[in-house]
Ligand binder design. Structure first.
Ligand SMILES: [Zn+2]
Length: 150
């Protein structure tokens, strides 16, 4: 088990476009394990690899006790829109209202290198959009209508 320090806003790695994973090899599996450990230790909903300082296209999200691990995730379809309050493990003490697509269709590889293709809505859709934004160097405060200090 390895819990990493979460990189905070201001760090260059959070603003880089993360690199595509070419091969799901043992180092990617280890990265996923470390990301899950770090997510659970921080009691968060989602984590993107750049948040532990690794500029790779890997995200983990846990919603309703279901863990999603996605390598090279891509949003293929977006439908509807709603606004809700978000926070980010990399931006302590700030929340904000963010409009996201209500329903999305996502593709990505799992840790076995198999292609997943699924629909998501509600919190799962929101969390995936937030994490996939991280892979583009976008933080929720960039897209929030309004932010709050908590
Ligand atoms: Zn975040």
């Amino acid at each position: 088990m390895a819990v990493y320090q979460i990189v905070e806003i201001g760090a260059e790695v959070l603003r880089e476009k993360a690199k595509e994973v070419k091969e799901v090899n043992p180092s990617i599996i280890k990265l996923l394990d470390n990301m899950v450990d770090t997510l659970f230790a921080a009691d968060g909903v989602g984590l993107a690899a750049p948040q532990i300082g690794v500029s790779k296209r890997v995200v983990v999200v846990k919603v309703d006790e279901v863990l999603f691990e996605l390598i090279n995730p891509v949003i293929l379809e977006k439908e509807g829109a709603n606004s809700a309050e978000e926070g980010c493990l990399s931006i302590p003490n700030i929340t904000g209202d963010v409009v996201r697509a209500a329903r999305i269709r996502v593709q990505g590889l799992n840790r076995n290198g198999q292609l997943l293709d699924f629909q998501a809505e509600r919190l799962l859709a929101r969390a995936l959009q937030h994490e996939i934004d991280h892979l583009e160097g976008i933080l929720f405060v960039d897209v929030a209508k309004k932010t709050y200090r908590s």
